[in-house]
Design a protein around this ligand. Structure first.
Ligand code: ATP
Ligand code: MG
Length: 402
C-alpha cells in the first residue's frame, strides 16, 4: 500500500501550540483531498501519514498537497515491517532495491538518508544507511555519492515499520490556515490584493473577501473577475466568503460634496469603515489591503496614515515593502496574474480625479467628512453587501447512476 509522509516545519509549531497546529494541518489536508476519497490522514510521530487507496492518482494528490500551508515537504512512501528487537534490514533493503530497479528516472549516483523516530531501535540511522546503501549498490551497480547525488533514498524508521521514498516534493511552507484567526481582505481585481490575501493565508489566516464594485454605475465585469480570483485563492483555504458592496451611489455622493483632490482618500476611508463593519460581523481581527508604499496616490505615507485613522481594527499591508516586479512574480506563482490583468472597471475607475492630493491632512478630511452623513453611507454599504460562498475542491454534481 502506498502512503504519503508529510513533514511540517517543526520550528513553527512550538510548545503547547503544537497539537493545535497539527490537528489543524490534518484537518486542512483532509479538506484539500475531500473529493478523492482519501480519508486516512493521521499523526505519526511528528510527521503526518496519508494512506492512499490503491487507485489514487498520485499526481493529483501531490498537486493538492503543494498548496496546503504548513507542509514543508512530502513524499510518496512505501511501508516495510520492522522488528524492533531484532531488526533485520534485509527486508527493507530488498524492497528498496526492487523499487529502484523499476524507477523511472535514470540515475548514476545515490545516497541513503535515514531518520529514527524511535531511539530504542538498536540500529543507528547510520547503520541503516550503510546496510541499505551497500545493497542498492550491489543490485543497481550505481555509485554512492553523499554530496549532490542524482537520487536520495529517504528512510523514516518507526517502532514497527519503516517508510522509504525516492522523492521529496517541496510544500509551500507557512502555517496551517486557521491557526492565526480570520482577516477581511479588500480585494479589487488588480494584481496586488490577491497576493496580499495569499500572504496572510500563508501565515495561517482565514480570509474573508470584500469587494467594492462600481455598481450600479458600471457593469459587473469587475465582480466576475473578483469571483474568479476568490475561486483561485479558495484552493488554499477550501472555503471562502466574498462580500460584494455596490459602491457607485456612495461615490457619487462624495463627488457631489467633496473637492476633487480629496476624493480618493474619502473613498478609501469609507471602504475601510464598511469593510470594518463586515469584519466585525465575521469576527476578523484585521483588514488586509494590497498597498505598496508610494505605488499610487492613495499609498503615500500621508494618505496611508489618514486612511488608517478611519479603521477600528488593524490594517495589515503585507506588500508594503515590495515592488511591483516582486508582487507580479508572486501573482504568477499563485496563478492569479492572468485573471488580474484582464481589463475591467471597478469603482476605482469611477470619478477618479486627475490630480489627487498626495499629502492629505487629517484636519481637512475631518472637516469635509462633517458635511456628509458618514454613518448613513456606511450603513447603506453594509446593508447592500451581498455575500456568496466558494469551495475547493469544487462540489461536483452527482453522476446519475443507471
Ligand atoms: P490592486 O492591484 O490590489 O488593485 P492597486 O495597486 O491598484 O492595488 P489601489 O487601487 O490604490 O492600488 O488599491 C489599494 C488597495 O485598496 C488594494 O490592494 C485593495 O486592497 C484595496 N482596494 C482598492 N480598490 C478596491 C475595491 N474596489 N474593492 C476592494 N478593495 C479595494
Ligand atoms: Mg487597483
Amino acid at each position: 500500500m502506498k502512503h504519503v509522509i508529510i513533514h511540517y516545519h517543526e520550528l513553527a509549531l512550538k510548545g503547547r501550540n503544537r497539537d493545535f497546529f497539527e490537528r489543524r494541518l490534518i484537518q486542512n489536508i483532509r479538506s484539500s483531498l475531500r473529493d478523492l476519497r482519501i480519508t486516512r490522514v493521521e499523526s505519526l510521530r511528528s510527521r503526518i501519514r496519508i494512506v492512499l487507496p490503491t487507485d489514487a492518482n498520485h499526481l493529483q494528490v501531490a498537486d493538492r498537497l503543494r498548496r496546503v500551508f504548513g507542509i514543508a515537504n512530502f513524499s510518496l512512501a512505501e511501508a516495510v515491517e520492522l522488528n524492533l528487537a531484532n531488526p533485520n534490514l534485509d527486508g527493507l533493503a530488498g524492497r528498496i532495491g526492487k523499487a529502484l530497479l523499476h524507477h523511472n528516472d535514470p540515475f548514476e549516483s545515490f545516497r541513503v538518508t535515514a531518520r529514527r523516530a524511535d531511539k530504542r531501535l538498536v540500529l543507528t540511522s547510520m547503520d541503516v544507511e550503510r546496510a541499505v546503501g551497500a545493497h542498492v549498490h550491489q543490485v543497481t551497480g550505481k555509485k554512492v555519492r553523499l554530496k549532490n547525488p542524482d537520487l536520495t533514498v529517504y528512510i523514516h524508521l518507526l517502532t514497527k515499520e519503516a517508510y522509504f521514498s525516492l522523492d521529496k516534493i517541496e510544500g509551500p511552507g507557512g502555517m496551517p490556515v486557521g491557526v492565526s484567526g480570520t482577516v477581511a481582505c479588500l480585494i479589487s481585481g488588480g494584481i496586488d490584493s490577491p497576493v496580499a490575501a495569499y500572504r496572510m493565508m500563508k501565515r495561517g489566516c482565514n480570509a474573508v473577501f470584500v469587494h467594492f464594485s462600481g455598481r450600479p454605475l458600471v457593469s459587473r465585469a469587475s465582480e466576475e473577475k473578483v469571483r474568479e480570483l476568490v475561486q483561485i485563492l479558495t484552493a488554499y483555504q477550501y472555503r471562502s466568503k466574498l462580500y460584494v458592496v455596490p459602491f457607485g451611489t456612495i461615490q457619487r455622493e462624495i463627488v457631489a460634496q467633496a473637492p476633487a483632490p480629496y476624493r480618493v482618500v474619502l473613498y478609501r476611508r469609507l471602504m475601510v469603515r464598511i469593510a470594518g463593519e463586515l469584519a466585525q460581523r465575521e469576527k476578523c481581527w484585521g483588514l488586509v489591503t494590497g498597498d505598496s508604499l508610494g505605488q499610487v496616490a492613495s499609498q503615500t505615507p500621508e494618505n496611508l496614515t489618514v486612511i488608517e485613522e478611519a479603521a477600528e481594527v488593524p490594517i495589515l499591508r503585507p506588500l508594503i515593502g515590495m515592488d511591483k516586479t516582486e508582487i507580479t512574480r508572486q501573482a504568477e506563482h499563485i496563478g492569479t496574474f492572468t485573471t488580474s490583468i484582464e481589463p475591467d472597471e471597478d469603482c476605482c475607475s469611477l470619478f477618479t480625479p486627475p490630480h489627487p492630493s498626495t499629502r492629505t491632512r487629517i484636519d481637512d478630511i475631518r472637516r469635509i467628512e462633517r458635511s456628509f452623513d458618514t454613518g448613513g453611507l456606511v450603513k447603506q454599504g453594509v446593508d447592500a453587501a451581498e455575500p456568496s460562498e466558494f469551495t475547493f475542491p469544487l462540489r461536483q454534481a452527482p453522476t446519475p447512476s443507471s
